[in-house]
Design a protein around this ligand. Sequence first.
Ligand code: FRU
Length: 551
Amino acid sequence: MRYTVDSSASTQLHITGKGRNGRIGSIRLFQNGEACAEAYFKFPGYETFFLSWEEHTEYEVEMENLDVSLAYRFRPESVLEQGVEFMEFGEDIRIIDPKHLDGAFCQQYRNRHHFSPFKGWMNDPNGLCWFNGYYHAFYQYNPNGQKWGNMHWGHAVSRDLLHWTHLPIAAYPQIELNGCDGWRGGAFSGSAVVHDGIMQLFYTRHFGKNDRSMQRQWQVTKESRDGVRFTHEESCIWGTPEGVDWNFRDPKVTYLKDRWVMVVGGACHNRPSVFQYWSEDLKNWTYGGILYQETNPRYAIAECPDFFCLDGKYVLIAGYINSDAEQQERDTLYYIGSYKDGVFSIENQGLMDYGRDFYAPQTFSHEGRRICFGWNCCRDGAHIEEEGGANGTLSLPRELSLKDGKLAGTVITEMHALMCEAAEPGPFYLRLESEAEEGMTELLLADGPSASLCLQIEKGEVRLLLKGKMGRQQSGEFACAFLADSPVKTVEAYVDCALVELYLNAGAQACTRRFYIEKAALRPVLKSGNFRIAEYKGIRSIWGADSDKEV
Ligand code: FRU
Protein backbone atom coordinates (compact mmCIF):
# COMPACT_ATOMS: atom_id res chain seq x y z
CA MET A 1 0.00 0.00 0.00
CA ARG A 2 1.14 3.51 -0.72
CA TYR A 3 -0.37 6.59 0.89
CA THR A 4 0.23 10.29 0.51
CA VAL A 5 0.18 12.29 3.72
CA ASP A 6 1.08 15.77 4.90
CA SER A 7 3.08 15.63 8.14
CA SER A 8 1.17 18.70 9.36
CA ALA A 9 2.66 20.03 12.64
CA SER A 10 4.23 16.67 13.61
CA THR A 11 7.91 15.72 13.59
CA GLN A 12 7.70 12.11 14.71
CA LEU A 13 5.83 9.05 13.61
CA HIS A 14 5.54 5.99 15.88
CA ILE A 15 4.44 2.74 14.34
CA THR A 16 3.83 -0.53 16.16
CA GLY A 17 3.20 -3.55 14.01
CA LYS A 18 4.41 -6.90 12.83
CA GLY A 19 5.14 -8.64 9.57
CA ARG A 20 2.19 -10.41 7.99
CA ASN A 21 2.14 -14.22 7.61
CA GLY A 22 5.61 -14.70 9.03
CA ARG A 23 7.18 -12.36 6.49
CA ILE A 24 9.22 -9.25 7.09
CA GLY A 25 7.03 -6.16 7.14
CA SER A 26 8.29 -2.77 6.05
CA ILE A 27 7.45 0.89 6.07
CA ARG A 28 9.27 3.42 3.88
CA LEU A 29 8.89 7.16 3.65
CA PHE A 30 9.49 9.07 0.42
CA GLN A 31 9.87 12.80 -0.02
CA ASN A 32 9.71 14.05 -3.60
CA GLY A 33 10.14 10.48 -4.79
CA GLU A 34 13.35 9.95 -2.74
CA ALA A 35 13.36 7.35 0.06
CA CYS A 36 14.16 9.16 3.32
CA ALA A 37 13.35 6.74 6.15
CA GLU A 38 12.59 3.05 6.47
CA ALA A 39 11.94 0.37 9.08
CA TYR A 40 11.74 -3.42 8.84
CA PHE A 41 9.60 -5.47 11.17
CA LYS A 42 11.52 -8.71 11.27
CA PHE A 43 10.55 -10.33 14.60
CA PRO A 44 7.51 -12.59 14.91
CA GLY A 45 6.14 -10.30 17.67
CA TYR A 46 5.14 -6.64 17.62
CA GLU A 47 7.87 -4.02 17.25
CA THR A 48 7.79 -0.25 17.43
CA PHE A 49 9.75 2.09 15.19
CA PHE A 50 10.21 5.81 15.66
CA LEU A 51 10.60 7.72 12.40
CA SER A 52 11.39 11.42 12.18
CA TRP A 53 10.05 13.63 9.44
CA GLU A 54 9.82 17.32 8.71
CA GLU A 55 6.74 19.23 9.67
CA HIS A 56 4.34 20.56 7.02
CA THR A 57 5.82 18.38 4.33
CA GLU A 58 4.19 15.94 1.97
CA TYR A 59 5.38 12.33 2.18
CA GLU A 60 4.54 9.09 0.54
CA VAL A 61 4.25 6.21 2.99
CA GLU A 62 4.79 2.78 1.55
CA MET A 63 3.88 -0.32 3.57
CA GLU A 64 4.47 -3.93 2.67
CA ASN A 65 3.36 -7.04 4.57
CA LEU A 66 2.73 -4.94 7.62
CA ASP A 67 -0.03 -5.29 10.20
CA VAL A 68 -0.10 -2.02 12.09
CA SER A 69 -1.53 -2.25 15.57
CA LEU A 70 -0.94 1.35 16.67
CA ALA A 71 0.34 4.40 14.84
CA TYR A 72 0.45 8.03 15.84
CA ARG A 73 2.29 11.22 15.00
CA PHE A 74 3.17 14.19 17.19
CA ARG A 75 5.59 16.97 17.94
CA PRO A 76 7.24 16.49 21.38
CA GLU A 77 7.33 20.24 22.11
CA SER A 78 3.57 20.66 21.72
CA VAL A 79 2.19 17.20 22.46
CA LEU A 80 1.17 18.02 26.05
CA GLU A 81 -1.35 20.50 24.70
CA GLN A 82 -2.19 18.90 21.35
CA GLY A 83 -1.99 15.18 22.09
CA VAL A 84 -0.84 12.54 19.66
CA GLU A 85 -2.74 12.13 16.41
CA PHE A 86 -3.65 8.48 15.96
CA MET A 87 -3.42 7.20 12.39
CA GLU A 88 -5.27 4.32 10.81
CA PHE A 89 -4.15 2.71 7.61
CA GLY A 90 -6.97 1.26 5.51
CA GLU A 91 -7.78 2.08 1.93
CA ASP A 92 -6.67 5.60 2.91
CA ILE A 93 -4.86 7.05 5.87
CA ARG A 94 -7.28 8.21 8.53
CA ILE A 95 -5.94 10.80 10.97
CA ILE A 96 -7.93 11.09 14.14
CA ASP A 97 -8.41 14.52 15.65
CA PRO A 98 -7.17 14.23 19.27
CA LYS A 99 -9.75 16.79 20.40
CA HIS A 100 -12.66 14.81 18.98
CA LEU A 101 -12.03 11.23 19.94
CA ASP A 102 -15.72 10.60 20.53
CA GLY A 103 -16.10 9.87 16.81
CA ALA A 104 -13.62 7.00 17.10
CA PHE A 105 -14.99 5.94 20.51
CA CYS A 106 -18.42 4.92 19.25
CA GLN A 107 -18.34 1.24 20.21
CA GLN A 108 -21.35 0.06 22.19
CA TYR A 109 -19.32 -1.02 25.22
CA ARG A 110 -16.80 1.83 25.17
CA ASN A 111 -17.23 3.80 28.38
CA ARG A 112 -17.70 7.50 27.81
CA HIS A 113 -16.81 9.28 31.03
CA HIS A 114 -14.08 6.89 32.15
CA PHE A 115 -10.60 7.15 30.68
CA SER A 116 -9.63 4.34 28.32
CA PRO A 117 -6.71 3.99 25.92
CA PHE A 118 -7.23 4.71 22.25
CA LYS A 119 -7.45 0.95 21.70
CA GLY A 120 -6.24 -2.28 23.27
CA TRP A 121 -5.89 -3.40 26.85
CA MET A 122 -5.07 -1.44 29.98
CA ASN A 123 -4.62 -2.39 33.59
CA ASP A 124 -3.14 -0.61 36.62
CA PRO A 125 -2.81 3.18 36.85
CA ASN A 126 0.87 4.05 37.25
CA GLY A 127 2.99 7.12 37.92
CA LEU A 128 0.13 9.42 38.94
CA CYS A 129 1.40 12.91 39.68
CA TRP A 130 0.96 16.60 39.05
CA PHE A 131 3.85 18.08 37.08
CA ASN A 132 4.24 21.52 35.49
CA GLY A 133 0.55 22.31 35.23
CA TYR A 134 -0.75 18.88 34.20
CA TYR A 135 -1.98 15.79 35.96
CA HIS A 136 -0.12 12.81 34.53
CA ALA A 137 -1.55 9.31 34.41
CA PHE A 138 0.46 6.39 33.12
CA TYR A 139 -1.05 2.95 32.88
CA GLN A 140 -0.21 -0.67 32.12
CA TYR A 141 -0.86 -0.96 28.43
CA ASN A 142 -1.00 -3.50 25.62
CA PRO A 143 -1.77 -1.69 22.36
CA ASN A 144 -1.64 -4.96 20.40
CA GLY A 145 -4.85 -6.58 21.58
CA GLN A 146 -7.69 -6.40 24.06
CA LYS A 147 -6.08 -8.95 26.38
CA TRP A 148 -3.08 -8.62 28.67
CA GLY A 149 0.20 -8.78 26.74
CA ASN A 150 3.79 -7.60 27.12
CA MET A 151 3.53 -4.40 29.06
CA HIS A 152 4.03 -0.83 27.90
CA TRP A 153 3.37 2.32 29.90
CA GLY A 154 0.57 4.28 28.25
CA HIS A 155 0.56 7.97 29.10
CA ALA A 156 -2.02 10.77 29.23
CA VAL A 157 -2.32 14.23 30.76
CA SER A 158 -5.23 16.23 32.06
CA ARG A 159 -5.91 19.71 33.39
CA ASP A 160 -8.95 18.66 35.44
CA LEU A 161 -8.59 14.90 36.09
CA LEU A 162 -11.57 14.25 33.81
CA HIS A 163 -10.60 15.17 30.22
CA TRP A 164 -7.46 13.43 29.02
CA THR A 165 -4.99 13.99 26.23
CA HIS A 166 -3.14 10.93 24.94
CA LEU A 167 0.65 11.18 24.86
CA PRO A 168 3.34 8.94 23.34
CA ILE A 169 3.94 5.61 25.07
CA ALA A 170 6.38 6.17 27.93
CA ALA A 171 7.92 2.70 28.38
CA TYR A 172 8.16 -0.39 26.18
CA PRO A 173 8.61 -4.12 26.79
CA GLN A 174 12.25 -5.21 26.65
CA ILE A 175 13.43 -5.75 23.11
CA GLU A 176 14.62 -9.28 23.99
CA LEU A 177 10.98 -10.33 24.50
CA ASN A 178 10.45 -9.77 20.83
CA GLY A 179 9.61 -13.01 19.17
CA CYS A 180 10.56 -14.92 22.32
CA ASP A 181 7.76 -17.44 22.20
CA GLY A 182 6.78 -18.70 25.65
CA TRP A 183 8.22 -15.67 27.44
CA ARG A 184 6.55 -12.54 28.64
CA GLY A 185 7.20 -9.40 30.61
CA GLY A 186 7.66 -5.71 30.03
CA ALA A 187 7.42 -2.51 32.01
CA PHE A 188 5.27 -3.46 35.00
CA SER A 189 3.59 -1.14 37.50
CA GLY A 190 5.20 1.68 39.39
CA SER A 191 4.96 5.29 40.45
CA ALA A 192 6.28 8.81 39.91
CA VAL A 193 7.65 11.49 42.18
CA VAL A 194 8.23 15.11 41.32
CA HIS A 195 11.30 16.57 42.95
CA ASP A 196 13.50 19.56 42.06
CA GLY A 197 11.58 20.13 38.83
CA ILE A 198 12.12 16.56 37.63
CA MET A 199 9.59 13.80 37.24
CA GLN A 200 11.14 10.51 38.24
CA LEU A 201 9.51 7.16 37.47
CA PHE A 202 10.08 3.94 39.42
CA TYR A 203 8.74 0.67 38.06
CA THR A 204 9.33 -3.02 37.72
CA ARG A 205 10.84 -4.90 34.82
CA HIS A 206 9.53 -8.39 34.39
CA PHE A 207 11.05 -11.15 32.32
CA GLY A 208 9.75 -14.67 32.66
CA LYS A 209 8.49 -17.87 31.14
CA ASN A 210 4.78 -18.27 30.56
CA ASP A 211 4.87 -21.61 32.39
CA ARG A 212 6.42 -19.68 35.33
CA SER A 213 9.46 -21.98 35.54
CA MET A 214 11.71 -18.93 35.39
CA GLN A 215 10.72 -15.43 36.49
CA ARG A 216 12.65 -12.26 37.25
CA GLN A 217 11.44 -8.90 38.57
CA TRP A 218 13.66 -5.94 39.32
CA GLN A 219 13.09 -2.23 39.91
CA VAL A 220 14.13 0.50 37.50
CA THR A 221 13.99 4.28 37.26
CA LYS A 222 14.12 7.05 34.69
CA GLU A 223 13.52 10.79 34.62
CA SER A 224 11.85 13.48 32.59
CA ARG A 225 12.24 17.25 32.56
CA ASP A 226 9.39 17.97 30.16
CA GLY A 227 6.92 15.24 31.12
CA VAL A 228 7.12 13.69 27.64
CA ARG A 229 10.70 12.57 26.97
CA PHE A 230 12.59 10.33 29.39
CA THR A 231 16.22 9.54 30.12
CA HIS A 232 17.63 6.09 29.65
CA GLU A 233 16.28 3.60 32.19
CA GLU A 234 18.58 2.40 34.98
CA SER A 235 18.03 -0.34 37.51
CA CYS A 236 17.70 0.93 41.09
CA ILE A 237 16.94 -2.20 43.11
CA TRP A 238 18.26 -5.34 41.61
CA GLY A 239 18.29 -8.00 44.35
CA THR A 240 15.41 -9.14 46.53
CA PRO A 241 15.14 -9.46 50.31
CA GLU A 242 15.74 -12.90 51.82
CA GLY A 243 12.71 -15.19 51.50
CA VAL A 244 11.36 -13.63 48.30
CA ASP A 245 10.78 -16.09 45.47
CA TRP A 246 10.42 -13.77 42.49
CA ASN A 247 7.24 -11.82 43.25
CA PHE A 248 8.71 -8.42 43.96
CA ARG A 249 7.11 -5.55 42.13
CA ASP A 250 5.23 -2.27 41.78
CA PRO A 251 7.43 0.26 43.65
CA LYS A 252 5.48 3.23 45.03
CA VAL A 253 7.63 6.12 46.28
CA THR A 254 6.40 8.84 48.67
CA TYR A 255 8.14 11.38 50.89
CA LEU A 256 7.18 10.51 54.48
CA LYS A 257 8.40 12.44 57.51
CA ASP A 258 12.02 13.04 56.58
CA ARG A 259 12.90 10.59 53.85
CA TRP A 260 11.72 8.89 50.70
CA VAL A 261 9.94 5.62 51.34
CA MET A 262 9.46 3.04 48.61
CA VAL A 263 6.99 0.21 49.17
CA VAL A 264 7.20 -2.89 46.99
CA GLY A 265 4.68 -5.74 46.82
CA GLY A 266 5.39 -9.47 46.67
CA ALA A 267 5.59 -12.55 48.81
CA CYS A 268 8.08 -13.59 51.48
CA HIS A 269 8.23 -17.23 52.59
CA ASN A 270 4.96 -17.63 50.68
CA ARG A 271 3.17 -14.89 52.61
CA PRO A 272 1.86 -11.78 50.86
CA SER A 273 4.17 -8.98 51.96
CA VAL A 274 4.85 -5.30 51.47
CA PHE A 275 8.55 -4.42 51.66
CA GLN A 276 9.95 -0.98 52.41
CA TYR A 277 13.08 0.82 51.25
CA TRP A 278 14.36 4.19 52.40
CA SER A 279 16.35 6.85 50.62
CA GLU A 280 17.67 10.36 51.22
CA ASP A 281 18.34 11.15 47.56
CA LEU A 282 16.06 8.90 45.44
CA LYS A 283 19.20 7.13 44.23
CA ASN A 284 20.58 4.99 47.05
CA TRP A 285 18.01 2.74 48.67
CA THR A 286 18.34 0.91 52.00
CA TYR A 287 16.15 -2.06 52.76
CA GLY A 288 13.97 -1.23 55.79
CA GLY A 289 12.33 -4.63 56.29
CA ILE A 290 8.77 -5.81 55.81
CA LEU A 291 6.24 -3.04 56.33
CA TYR A 292 3.29 -5.40 56.44
CA GLN A 293 2.60 -9.09 55.99
CA GLU A 294 -0.97 -10.31 55.46
CA THR A 295 -1.88 -13.49 57.32
CA ASN A 296 -5.25 -14.20 55.70
CA PRO A 297 -4.68 -17.59 53.98
CA ARG A 298 -7.01 -16.48 51.18
CA TYR A 299 -4.24 -14.30 49.78
CA ALA A 300 -0.92 -15.31 48.23
CA ILE A 301 0.85 -12.25 46.80
CA ALA A 302 0.65 -8.52 47.53
CA GLU A 303 0.67 -6.19 44.52
CA CYS A 304 0.56 -2.46 43.86
CA PRO A 305 1.09 -1.23 47.44
CA ASP A 306 0.64 2.41 48.28
CA PHE A 307 1.62 4.03 51.58
CA PHE A 308 0.81 7.61 52.52
CA CYS A 309 -0.22 9.98 55.24
CA LEU A 310 -3.88 11.03 55.44
CA ASP A 311 -5.63 13.15 58.06
CA GLY A 312 -2.82 12.53 60.56
CA LYS A 313 -2.79 8.73 60.10
CA TYR A 314 -0.83 6.39 57.84
CA VAL A 315 -2.65 4.39 55.22
CA LEU A 316 -1.40 1.32 53.40
CA ILE A 317 -3.27 -0.01 50.38
CA ALA A 318 -2.45 -3.35 48.78
CA GLY A 319 -4.00 -5.63 46.17
CA TYR A 320 -3.96 -9.38 46.73
CA ILE A 321 -3.78 -12.29 44.34
CA ASN A 322 -5.87 -15.16 45.59
CA SER A 323 -4.03 -18.23 46.90
CA ASP A 324 -6.33 -20.41 44.82
CA ALA A 325 -4.79 -19.96 41.38
CA GLU A 326 -8.12 -20.83 39.73
CA GLN A 327 -9.76 -17.89 41.47
CA GLN A 328 -9.56 -14.84 39.29
CA GLU A 329 -10.91 -12.62 42.03
CA ARG A 330 -8.49 -10.16 43.66
CA ASP A 331 -9.20 -7.90 46.61
CA THR A 332 -7.82 -4.50 47.47
CA LEU A 333 -7.48 -3.84 51.18
CA TYR A 334 -6.60 -0.73 53.11
CA TYR A 335 -5.00 -0.51 56.54
CA ILE A 336 -4.99 2.57 58.78
CA GLY A 337 -2.51 3.04 61.58
CA SER A 338 0.57 4.77 62.87
CA TYR A 339 4.11 4.60 61.51
CA LYS A 340 7.12 5.10 63.73
CA ASP A 341 10.76 4.07 63.27
CA GLY A 342 9.81 2.05 60.22
CA VAL A 343 7.11 0.11 62.08
CA PHE A 344 3.51 0.30 60.85
CA SER A 345 0.98 -0.47 63.61
CA ILE A 346 -2.50 -1.14 62.29
CA GLU A 347 -5.62 0.16 63.99
CA ASN A 348 -8.25 -0.61 61.39
CA GLN A 349 -8.64 -2.20 57.99
CA GLY A 350 -11.24 -2.69 55.29
CA LEU A 351 -12.02 -3.31 51.62
CA MET A 352 -11.42 -0.51 49.11
CA ASP A 353 -14.32 -1.56 46.90
CA TYR A 354 -17.06 -4.16 47.25
CA GLY A 355 -17.52 -4.84 43.53
CA ARG A 356 -15.24 -7.12 41.54
CA ASP A 357 -13.97 -4.67 39.01
CA PHE A 358 -11.85 -2.14 40.89
CA TYR A 359 -8.24 -3.13 41.50
CA ALA A 360 -4.66 -1.87 41.75
CA PRO A 361 -5.57 1.65 42.91
CA GLN A 362 -2.87 4.26 43.15
CA THR A 363 -2.99 7.62 44.92
CA PHE A 364 -1.16 10.90 44.73
CA SER A 365 -1.46 14.15 46.59
CA HIS A 366 -2.04 17.58 45.09
CA GLU A 367 -3.13 20.82 46.75
CA GLY A 368 -4.07 19.07 49.96
CA ARG A 369 -6.19 16.37 48.33
CA ARG A 370 -5.35 12.67 48.19
CA ILE A 371 -6.67 11.48 44.83
CA CYS A 372 -7.07 7.84 43.92
CA PHE A 373 -7.59 6.09 40.58
CA GLY A 374 -8.21 2.38 40.27
CA TRP A 375 -8.26 0.03 37.33
CA ASN A 376 -11.71 -1.14 36.25
CA CYS A 377 -10.86 -4.69 35.34
CA CYS A 378 -13.21 -7.39 34.15
CA ARG A 379 -12.70 -10.30 36.45
CA ASP A 380 -15.19 -12.69 34.94
CA GLY A 381 -13.55 -12.56 31.52
CA ALA A 382 -16.78 -11.24 30.04
CA HIS A 383 -15.26 -8.46 28.00
CA ILE A 384 -16.68 -8.34 24.49
CA GLU A 385 -14.07 -7.31 21.95
CA GLU A 386 -15.29 -4.70 19.52
CA GLU A 387 -13.43 -3.37 16.51
CA GLY A 388 -11.25 -0.47 17.69
CA GLY A 389 -12.41 -1.00 21.27
CA ALA A 390 -10.58 -1.00 24.58
CA ASN A 391 -10.61 -3.36 27.53
CA GLY A 392 -10.16 -1.63 30.89
CA THR A 393 -10.61 1.91 32.13
CA LEU A 394 -9.40 4.14 34.89
CA SER A 395 -11.98 4.48 37.63
CA LEU A 396 -13.42 7.90 38.30
CA PRO A 397 -11.01 9.91 40.45
CA ARG A 398 -11.86 9.53 44.13
CA GLU A 399 -10.83 11.93 46.84
CA LEU A 400 -9.88 9.93 49.92
CA SER A 401 -10.52 10.84 53.54
CA LEU A 402 -10.88 9.13 56.90
CA LYS A 403 -14.41 8.87 58.26
CA ASP A 404 -15.15 7.15 61.55
CA GLY A 405 -11.77 5.46 61.41
CA LYS A 406 -12.41 4.08 57.92
CA LEU A 407 -11.14 4.99 54.48
CA ALA A 408 -13.83 6.79 52.47
CA GLY A 409 -13.71 7.93 48.84
CA THR A 410 -15.99 10.28 46.93
CA VAL A 411 -15.80 11.20 43.27
CA ILE A 412 -14.05 14.57 42.98
CA THR A 413 -16.36 17.59 42.81
CA GLU A 414 -14.98 18.56 39.36
CA MET A 415 -17.21 15.76 38.06
CA HIS A 416 -20.17 18.16 38.18
CA ALA A 417 -18.74 19.91 35.14
CA LEU A 418 -19.61 16.81 33.08
CA MET A 419 -23.20 16.70 34.20
CA CYS A 420 -26.10 17.88 32.07
CA GLU A 421 -29.85 17.53 31.82
CA ALA A 422 -30.74 13.86 31.51
CA ALA A 423 -32.92 14.03 28.43
CA GLU A 424 -32.06 10.81 26.60
CA PRO A 425 -31.18 7.36 27.87
CA GLY A 426 -27.41 7.48 28.24
CA PRO A 427 -24.64 7.57 30.84
CA PHE A 428 -25.99 9.13 34.00
CA TYR A 429 -25.49 10.15 37.60
CA LEU A 430 -28.10 9.41 40.20
CA ARG A 431 -28.49 10.10 43.91
CA LEU A 432 -30.95 8.07 45.91
CA GLU A 433 -31.97 9.12 49.39
CA SER A 434 -33.97 7.67 52.23
CA GLU A 435 -34.45 8.60 55.88
CA ALA A 436 -34.64 4.97 56.94
CA GLU A 437 -34.70 2.20 54.38
CA GLU A 438 -37.72 -0.10 54.45
CA GLY A 439 -38.82 -3.11 52.41
CA MET A 440 -36.90 -3.83 49.25
CA THR A 441 -35.83 -1.01 47.01
CA GLU A 442 -35.40 -2.08 43.42
CA LEU A 443 -34.08 0.24 40.77
CA LEU A 444 -33.31 -0.57 37.17
CA LEU A 445 -30.06 1.02 35.98
CA ALA A 446 -29.73 -0.42 32.48
CA ASP A 447 -32.26 -2.26 30.41
CA GLY A 448 -31.76 -4.04 27.10
CA PRO A 449 -34.01 -6.27 24.95
CA SER A 450 -32.54 -9.40 26.53
CA ALA A 451 -30.81 -8.32 29.75
CA SER A 452 -30.86 -5.77 32.54
CA LEU A 453 -28.85 -4.42 35.46
CA CYS A 454 -30.69 -3.76 38.66
CA LEU A 455 -29.80 -2.32 42.06
CA GLN A 456 -31.47 -3.77 45.13
CA ILE A 457 -31.26 -2.54 48.70
CA GLU A 458 -32.81 -4.65 51.42
CA LYS A 459 -32.13 -4.85 55.14
CA GLY A 460 -28.81 -3.09 54.81
CA GLU A 461 -27.68 -5.33 51.95
CA VAL A 462 -26.78 -3.75 48.63
CA ARG A 463 -26.93 -5.93 45.54
CA LEU A 464 -26.28 -5.51 41.85
CA LEU A 465 -28.26 -8.00 39.87
CA LEU A 466 -27.55 -8.97 36.27
CA LYS A 467 -30.59 -10.56 34.69
CA GLY A 468 -30.93 -12.16 31.28
CA LYS A 469 -28.49 -12.87 28.51
CA MET A 470 -25.28 -10.88 28.51
CA GLY A 471 -22.59 -12.33 26.31
CA ARG A 472 -20.28 -14.45 28.39
CA GLN A 473 -21.22 -12.78 31.63
CA GLN A 474 -23.07 -14.97 34.10
CA SER A 475 -26.59 -13.85 34.70
CA GLY A 476 -29.35 -14.46 37.17
CA GLU A 477 -27.04 -14.03 40.11
CA PHE A 478 -25.85 -11.11 42.15
CA ALA A 479 -22.99 -9.50 40.34
CA CYS A 480 -22.05 -8.04 43.71
CA ALA A 481 -23.69 -8.11 47.10
CA PHE A 482 -22.43 -6.63 50.32
CA LEU A 483 -23.61 -5.42 53.69
CA ALA A 484 -23.62 -1.72 54.41
CA ASP A 485 -21.48 -0.67 57.39
CA SER A 486 -24.22 1.63 58.62
CA PRO A 487 -27.87 2.30 57.66
CA VAL A 488 -28.06 3.20 53.97
CA LYS A 489 -29.10 6.84 53.65
CA THR A 490 -27.71 7.76 50.25
CA VAL A 491 -26.57 5.83 47.21
CA GLU A 492 -24.86 7.58 44.33
CA ALA A 493 -24.53 5.75 41.02
CA TYR A 494 -22.33 6.73 38.08
CA VAL A 495 -23.51 4.63 35.17
CA ASP A 496 -21.37 4.48 32.04
CA CYS A 497 -21.95 2.40 28.89
CA ALA A 498 -20.55 -0.80 30.41
CA LEU A 499 -19.62 0.14 33.96
CA VAL A 500 -21.31 1.23 37.16
CA GLU A 501 -19.71 2.81 40.22
CA LEU A 502 -21.82 2.97 43.38
CA TYR A 503 -21.03 5.11 46.42
CA LEU A 504 -22.90 4.54 49.68
CA ASN A 505 -23.38 7.08 52.44
CA ALA A 506 -21.14 9.79 50.99
CA GLY A 507 -18.38 7.43 49.94
CA ALA A 508 -18.18 5.30 53.09
CA GLN A 509 -18.33 2.23 50.81
CA ALA A 510 -17.95 1.84 47.06
CA CYS A 511 -18.81 -0.89 44.57
CA THR A 512 -17.65 -1.09 40.95
CA ARG A 513 -18.91 -3.49 38.32
CA ARG A 514 -18.59 -3.83 34.57
CA PHE A 515 -21.58 -5.12 32.56
CA TYR A 516 -22.25 -6.01 28.93
CA ILE A 517 -25.88 -5.50 28.04
CA GLU A 518 -26.65 -5.39 24.36
CA LYS A 519 -28.44 -2.23 23.22
CA ALA A 520 -28.81 -1.13 26.84
CA ALA A 521 -30.98 1.89 27.56
CA LEU A 522 -29.20 3.56 30.47
CA ARG A 523 -31.74 5.29 32.70
CA PRO A 524 -33.04 4.83 36.23
CA VAL A 525 -36.43 3.25 36.74
CA LEU A 526 -37.51 2.97 40.37
CA LYS A 527 -39.58 -0.21 40.74
CA SER A 528 -40.15 -0.41 44.49
CA GLY A 529 -38.95 0.70 47.90
CA ASN A 530 -38.84 3.89 49.88
CA PHE A 531 -35.76 5.54 48.40
CA ARG A 532 -36.41 8.62 46.33
CA ILE A 533 -34.43 9.91 43.37
CA ALA A 534 -32.96 13.14 44.76
CA GLU A 535 -30.87 13.91 41.70
CA TYR A 536 -30.67 12.54 38.17
CA LYS A 537 -28.29 14.01 35.57
CA GLY A 538 -26.80 12.95 32.29
CA ILE A 539 -23.00 12.63 32.11
CA ARG A 540 -21.28 13.87 28.97
CA SER A 541 -18.49 12.02 27.22
CA ILE A 542 -15.00 13.18 28.22
CA TRP A 543 -13.85 12.82 24.60
CA GLY A 544 -16.37 15.00 22.81
CA ALA A 545 -16.23 18.43 21.26
CA ASP A 546 -18.67 19.94 23.76
CA SER A 547 -17.56 17.81 26.68
CA ASP A 548 -15.97 20.63 28.63
CA LYS A 549 -18.78 23.15 28.39
CA GLU A 550 -20.18 24.17 31.77
CA VAL A 551 -23.83 23.38 32.42
C1 FRU B 1 -1.57 -5.87 39.01
C2 FRU B 1 -0.32 -6.37 38.29
C3 FRU B 1 0.93 -5.78 38.90
C4 FRU B 1 1.91 -5.86 37.76
C5 FRU B 1 1.03 -5.55 36.58
C6 FRU B 1 1.44 -6.21 35.30
O1 FRU B 1 -2.70 -5.86 38.20
O2 FRU B 1 -0.28 -7.78 38.31
O3 FRU B 1 1.37 -6.43 40.07
O4 FRU B 1 2.95 -4.95 37.90
O5 FRU B 1 -0.28 -5.96 36.94
O6 FRU B 1 0.68 -5.76 34.24
